[in-house]
Design a protein around this ligand. Structure first.
Ligand code: HEM
Length: 312
């Protein structure tokens, strides 16, 4: 990456982080959409101006990405990337570039933070539970021989690793309240009357830790999935890290694969330790954020080249 590109990328990262914070910010229009006072309130506290600035900066970035991809002099990679695929679908349609940019933004916002946040929670749990880390490494290293690199095809056979990811998503769903819903009609839930047009947040974080549904819910114990068929594809309501129904994450398979593959690669190629002088009790598991629930503090780990490839 040359200097100018690096600058643009750094700027994008900054605007992207600002967008994530702005999306989680309290907006009067979100909570009182019918009230004319809400818009006035959001303007007064500067939220509308902030949204507009972030929108213009993101729009300029996506415009640049599209121009680069449509440049006839561009050296094309061997296979089309997501942007190429979207451009091909869009070509010949009587549409502006706006839907294209919106789709790219959805993929960026929906795809990048969720997967990286999940990976960080997984590594945090593994460093606190060394027996689980060792068991997952044994499975991977016994399957993928020395000096070979892990392939996506290997994932289907990594049963324990998949349980580790499932357990991570149970305890740490990156989108703890899903996307907001609105009731269409009057409903009664557990004796409470919910009028139509009420905004609903589904707390999947709390559902994943419900002691009525889960034995020792606070414990990180991937083996709990060994003999039960509960999965995260939206039909088992006790485990909904990707949501359910019409708004379920459209990239559920891609998201799960990214996390499984990256985690498996990290565990295959490296041994992981805490920095000298730190114990697992020092690793804070405090989280923060409403839209995306991530670690509050950075996770510091020391990788070293694996000492032992095959465990007994
Ligand atoms: C560990 C990975 C991921 C998790 C846990 C996750 C989780 C979620 C959740 C909970 C929702 C809301 C579903 C609902 O409310 O029912 C969602 C929506 C969405 N996700 Fe994901 N996601 C992940 C990865 C990805 C990836 C890789 C992409 C794209 C490349 C993506 C794109 C989207 C989009 C575009 C939506 C919005 C769908 C809509 O508005 O209807 N996600 N995701």
């Amino acid at each position: 990456m040359n200097g100018a590109k690096l600058m643009k990328y750094a700027k994008f990262q900054q605007v992207f982080s600002e967008a994530m914070v702005a999306l989680s910010a309290f907006s009067a229009q979100d909570f009182f959409p019918a009230s004319p006072m809400s818009r006035w309130f959001d303007k007064l506290v500067g939220l509308e101006a902030r949204y507009r600035r972030i929108f213009l900066e993101l729009d300029a970035y996506f415009e640049m990405v599209l121009s680069q991809h449509m440049d006839p002099g561009r050296v094309k990679p061997e296979t089309d990337d997501l942007v190429d695929v979207l451009i091909n679908l869009w070509k010949g349609q009587a549409l502006t570039k706006d839907p294209l940019k919106a789709l790219i933004m959805d993929a960026f916002i929906g795809g990048t933070t969720t997967s990286s946040v999940t990976l960080l929670w997984a590594m945090s749990e593994l460093i606190k539970n060394p027996a689980v880390m060792k068991k997952a490494q044994t499975e991977i290293r016994n399957m993928v021989a020395d000096k070979q690199t892990l392939q996506v095809d290997n994932l289907s056979k990594l049963k324990y690793l998949k349980m580790v990811v499932k357990e991570t998503l149970r305890l740490h769903p990156p989108a703890p309240l899903l996307v907001p819903r609105e009731t269409m009609d009057h409903v009664k839930v557990l004796g409470y009357d919910i009028p139509p047009k009420t905004r609903i947040f589904v707390n999947v974080w709390a559902i994943g830790r419900d002691p009525v549904r889960w034995e020792k819910p606070e414990e990180f114990y991937p083996e709990r999935f060994d003999d039960i068929s509960i999965d995260f594809h939206g039909s088992h309501y006790e485990l909904l890290p990707f949501g359910a129904g019409r708004r379920i994450c459209p990239a559920i398979h891609m998201g799960a694969t990214i996390v499984e593959f990256t985690l498996a690669s990290l565990l295959h190629s490296f041994d992981w330790e805490l920095p000298q002088g730190m114990t697992s009790q020092d690793v804070s598991m405090e989280g923060t954020g409403r839209q995306v629930y991530c670690r509050k503090t950075p996770l510091y780990l020391v990788p070293s080249c694996k000492k032992q490839t095959h465990f007994p």
